[in-house]
Design a protein around this ligand. Structure first.
Ligand SMILES: [Zn+2]
Length: 67
């Protein structure tokens, strides 16, 4: 089953990427350590990071009307 990166939303190939479980039980999947660092260490939100938001352009457009 293909997973999606919890940070940049790009698909993660089988056998690649990382699973991260927070203490409260929340599970994150990361396509790279870059995404892991940004989300865990830096606490960044996807929309505030240009390179990550670019992969979710279509979604951002759909959400633009609401916000
Ligand atoms: Zn990612």
């Amino acid at each position: 089953m293909e997973k999606k990166c919890s940070f940049c939303d790009s698909p993660i190939e089988l056998g690649r990427g990382k699973m991260y479980v927070k203490r409260d039980g929340t599970v994150f999947y990361f396509c790279s350590s870059k995404c892991e660092r940004n989300m865990i260490k830096l606490g960044r939100k996807r929309r505030k990071v240009k390179w990550a938001a670019a992969t979710t352009k279509s979604k951002a457009k759909a959400n633009a009307k609401e916000s």
